[in-house]
Structures are given as structure tokens and as C-alpha cells.
Design a protein around this ligand. Structure first.
Ligand code: TAP
Length: 487
């Protein structure tokens, strides 16, 4: 399954064996090397960009319905092969097989959503001050997109960029994360099978600081679509050598506010899901909880029960486990560091705090869902993105205090509110300085509504019609009409 993708690049509609060095890829649940990818050379990056450039005009000039049909074919092929693609994802990322399969099916859903958008690229006619002039505002695809993606959602975070840019009429060069490259190469196999024209989609692999950076600086790339850490996002913005369109979907440090009017059991269930799913390696994971003081103890006790009930396992052997391995040693080390920092500064460990015991967990990057209380904003768990299965909890006495605490962060990606009182809901949702606010649920992103961050969480949107507009330029055509002869 993986050996056929070893060392391969997808450039100009052909599979090539990369000419550069090799980077090993590990299964984070076992530490075994499952394959190796090519570190693309400068020539290979140039070839991918050139292929995307050559394909651009033909793809952009196709009727929207033809691009839509191609995306539907792609979505169908991905759904049909979801089991195999999910195994690849679990082997390189660590999430349980059933969850990986769900992500592959959501990628297919993105194909179908943007297939529908591709036939609805409308413009506007804007009235002028004089009746003999008319302004037409049309939309045109930007050109060649470089998509640079992280490892936590190896299919969806490629897919949102791929589907929206193809629907808009752009062509694309994808550089997936070194930890999870095979899912992106498996997507390229489906692109190939879907007979999407050569060069419309290309995949190069290799270290971000070399291959990703080459795409960022490449004069043939018109737009960067990046998802990853705020530090690399800022570096990309600063190191871009020419003006180009950019969307940056970056880190988060997401709060939940639980008021006294909340359905407590629902709040606990939602918090457990959104703090620990995918081992907390979600940009919109709940990192910190602010709970009305009278219900704090009950909330913490119930959250501990919910966290302890989550099953952990090697995602291939236990497809239905709630949690798998963390994707690598780095996020696990950061989780331990944030926990140690909180405990050193006076937090109390409620549950978790160590790896699960047993042979099954001996060689992988496993950690138990962890809750700390008695937190302050001096602690990293409350002020930095942990990107691991750790949540800090604090009480609040007044709603304005909860808002101040929740907004006390350089990030602005997602926030959560559990409250039944409508006045509280309105007060909180209008004051939370976040691109996404989920109320009485924890699914802050859905395919048909714009999804993006504020402040250091980024610029631009994915999902929804707005996600496709990120790949389009507006053109204003101002026309003067004279009265025809004989009128
Ligand atoms: P990063 O270390 O930032 O890496 C993201 C991607 O950028 C990888 O493909 C990486 O390549 C590449 N890269 C690294 N240095 C680069 C450079 N100088 N130029 C161009 N590309 C470069 O992030 P990560 O650790 O993979 O992912 C976790 C982060 O992503 C978290 O902060 C999380 O919040 C964020 N994230 C945000 C969102 C949204 S929607 N806002 C969604 C998911 C994740 P290598 O893999 O080779 O290093």
C-alpha cells in the first residue's frame, strides 16, 4: 500500500521517482519506519510549478460544469477507496482507523461541496452615477496555488485547498507535512484515476524549510495557501520575496465558557470531545475552560469521569478506540512541558498526566487525557497552544470577567459557549474575538460556512463560498454605452 508511493512525486500528471535524498516516515503508534519520501530537489519544485502553469489556462477556461464533473469523479473515487486511504493515514498519523475513515469521507464531501460551487461562480453588475456607464464585476481564478499543509488532518487540510482551488479554476502544487505525506500522495492517485488533466494537481514532498520555502519564494506561484503553526505562518509572510495572495490558517488557544445556565452534562460531553479528540492535536481544540464558580467542582468531577472513559489504542489494531497515538515525539514533549509548567506554578492534576501502561503503548507516542485545575494565565496551558491532550480549568464570577479571560490571547481561531440563557448567549457571542464561536456544540467548522482565524490565528477563510473566493481575483470592467444610431 505504502511501498508503491515510496519516494514518488506527482508532477505534470506523471509519477516520478524523486532524484533527491530520502526522509523516513514512522508509524507513531509503534516507532516502525513505514516508508520514505523524496526530498524534492529545486529542479523538481520548478518542474511542478511549471506543470501547474502550463495547465492553468486550459483548466481555467473549462466551463464550470466540466470542473464540477471532475471534482465529483474525484469525490466518488475517494469514497470508494476510503478504507485503504484511512489505513495509510492511521499508519502515518496515529489516529484510530474509524476516525481516519471519517476524515477521508469528509474529504470526499469537500469534493462534492466544491463541485456544486464550481457552477455558481457569479459576478455582479454595479450601477454607476450616470446611466450610460455600467460596472461589471467578474471573478477570475488567481493562477498557480502552492498548498502547504500540516500533519494533524492529512486529508481534509489538503482537500479544502485542493477542492476550492480546482473549483475556482486554479491549478495547484501541494507540499504535505513530512510526518504525513502518504495520505497526500494517495489523494494524488485518485486525481490520476479521476483523469483530471495533467499538471492541474501536483504533489512534491520534503522538508518544509527547503521545499515549502522554495514554493513560497517561487515567482511562478501566485498564491500561498498555508495551514500550520503561527510561527511558520509569520515566517512565510515575512520571507515571501514578492507580493502574492496568501491565506494563513494558523494556531489556536481556544477557550470554552460554561455559564450557570448551561446544560452541564452537555458541556462536559462537548469539552471532553473537543479537548481530547485526535489527542488534542486540533487547531480548534479546547485548551482552557472558564466555568461559573458555583458549578466548577461538578464540572471538573464529571469531566474527569468522561476523560477516564476514553479508550486509547493502536489505531490499526483498535479501529474504534477513541484515541490513538500522538503524531510524533514533539507534540507529546510539548504536552509534558505545559503540564510540568502548570504544576510548578500551583495547578492541581485532576486526571491523566502520564502515558497509559502496557506493552501496547511501550514504543508509541501515547498520553492519557489530562485535566488541571487551579490555573492562572501565568501558565502555558492557559496562554499557549499545547496541541496535546491537556486542558486547564479556571472559575469565573462575572460574564465580563470570562470574556476578558477568554480574549486574553494573541490567538483568535475558535471559542465555545455553553449557556441556555439567551441574553448570556448574545452577550458572549458578540464579544468573543474569534473567527468561529460554537454555542452548545463543539463543531466550530462546517463545510458550508466560512472558517478562519483572527489575530495570530491567521488571515483568509476555508469552507463555504468564501473558501472558493480565496482562490479568485475580482476584475472590474467599466463599460460606457452610447445610444445606438436610430434610437
Ligand atoms: P508547521 O510546523 O507550521 O508545519 C506546517 C507545514 O509547513 C508543514 O508542511 C511544514 O513542513 C511546512 N513548513 C515548515 N517550515 C516551512 C517554511 N519555512 N516554508 C514553508 N513551509 C514550511 O505546523 P505543524 O506542526 O505541521 O502543524 C501544527 C500547527 O498547525 C498547529 O499550530 C495548529 O494549530 C496548526 N493548524 C491550524 C489549522 C487551522 S485551520 N487554523 C488547522 C490545523 C493545524 P514539514 O512537515 O516538512 O516541517
Amino acid at each position: 500500500m505504502i511501498s508503491e508511493l515510496n519516494g514518488k512525486l506527482f508532477i505534470g500528471g506523471s509519477w516520478k521517482v524523486g532524484a533527491g535524498g530520502r526522509v523516513p516516515v514512522e508509524n507513531p503508534a509503534t516507532g516502525e519506519v513505514i516508508g520514505e519520501i523524496a526530498a524534492s530537489t529545486g529542479e523538481e519544485v520548478n518542474a511542478a510549478v511549471a506543470a501547474a502553469r502550463r495547465a492553468f489556462r486550459g483548466w481555467a477556461d473549462l466551463p464550470g460544469r466540466a470542473r464540477s464533473a471532475a471534482l465529483k469523479r474525484l469525490g466518488g473515487l475517494i469514497s470508494a477507496d476510503a478504507d485503504r486511504m484511512a489505513r495509510i493515514m492511521t499508519m502515518e498519523q496515529g489516529k484510530p482507523l474509524n476516525e481516519a475513515r471519517g476524515e477521508i469521507l469528509k474529504l470526499a464531501e469537500a469534493c462534492h461541496f466544491y463541485a456544486e460551487e464550481a457552477v455558481r461562480v457569479h459576478g455582479e453588475i454595479v450601477p454607476n452615477d450616470t446611466t450610460d456607464h455600467e460596472s461589471l464585476v467578474i471573478r477570475e481564478p488567481i493562477g498557480v496555488v502552492a498548498a502547504i499543509t500540516p500533519w494533524n488532518y492529512p486529508a481534509e487540510l489538503v482537500g479544502w485547498k485542493l477542492c476550492a482551488s480546482l473549483a475556482a479554476g486554479c491549478t495547484i502544487v501541494i507540499k504535505p507535512a513530512d510526518l504525513t505525506p502518504f495520505t497526500a500522495l494517495a489523494i494524488a492517485q485518485k486525481v490520476d484515476e479521476a483523469k483530471i488533466p495533467a499538471g492541474v494537481v501536483n504533489v512534491v514532498t520534503g522538508p518544509g524549510s527547503v521545499v515549502g520555502q522554495a514554493l513560497v519564494e517561487h515567482p511562478g506561484v501566485d498564491k500561498i495557501a498555508f495551514t500550520g503553526s503561527s510561527s511558520v505562518g509569520l515566517h512565510i509572510q515575512r520571507s515571501c520575496t514578492s507580493v502574492k495572495r496568501m491565506s494563513l490558517e494558523l494556531g489556536g488557544n481556544c477557550p470554552i465558557i460554561v455559564t450557570q445556565s448551561a446544560n452541564l452534562d452537555a458541556a462536559v460531553k462537548g469539552t471532553a470531545r473537543r479537548s481530547f479528540r485526535n489527542m488534542g492535536q486540533i487547531c480548534i481544540a479546547i485548551n482552557r475552560a472558564y466555568v461559573a464558580r458555583p458549578i466548577l467542582d461538578e464540572f471538573v468531577a464529571k469531566l474527569a469521569v468522561a476523560a477516564e472513559a476514553l479508550t486509547i489504542g493502536n489505531g490499526l489494531d483498535r479501529p474504534d478506540a477513541d484515541l490513538g497515538a500522538m503524531a510524533s515525539a514533539a507534540p507529546l514533549a510539548k504536552t509534558r512541558e505545559h503540564l510540568a509548567d502548570a504544576l510548578a506554578k500551583g495547578a492541581r492534576l485532576v486526571t491523566g498526566g502520564s502515558a497509559p501502561e502496557g506493552d501496547e503503548f511501550a514504543r508509541g507516542h501515547f498520553f492519557r487525557p489530562t485535566i488541571v485545575t487551579g490555573c492562572t494565565h501565568e501558565m502555558k496551558v492557559m496562554s499557549e497552544e499545547t496541541f496535546g491532550p491537556l486542558i486547564g480549568v479556571m472559575p469565573f464570577d462575572r460574564l465580563d470577567e470570562a470574556i476578558t479571560l477568554a480574549n486574553d490571547t494573541p490567538y483568535g481561531l475558535a471559542s465555545y459557549v455553553y449557556a441556555k440563557d439567551l441574553d448570556e448567549v448574545r452577550y458572549l457571542t458578540t464579544r468573543l474575538d474569534y473567527g468561529n464561536v460554537a454555542v452548545n456544540n463543539v463543531d466550530a467548522g462546517v463545510m458550508n460556512a466560512p472558517y478562519g482565524g483572527r489575530k495570530q490565528s491567521g488571515v483568509g477563510y476555508e469552507h463555504g463560498r468564501e473558501g472558493m473566493l480565496e482562490y479568485m481575483n475580482f476584475k472590474h470592467i467599466r463599460v460606457r454605452h452610447d445610444l445606438p444610431q436610430g434610437s
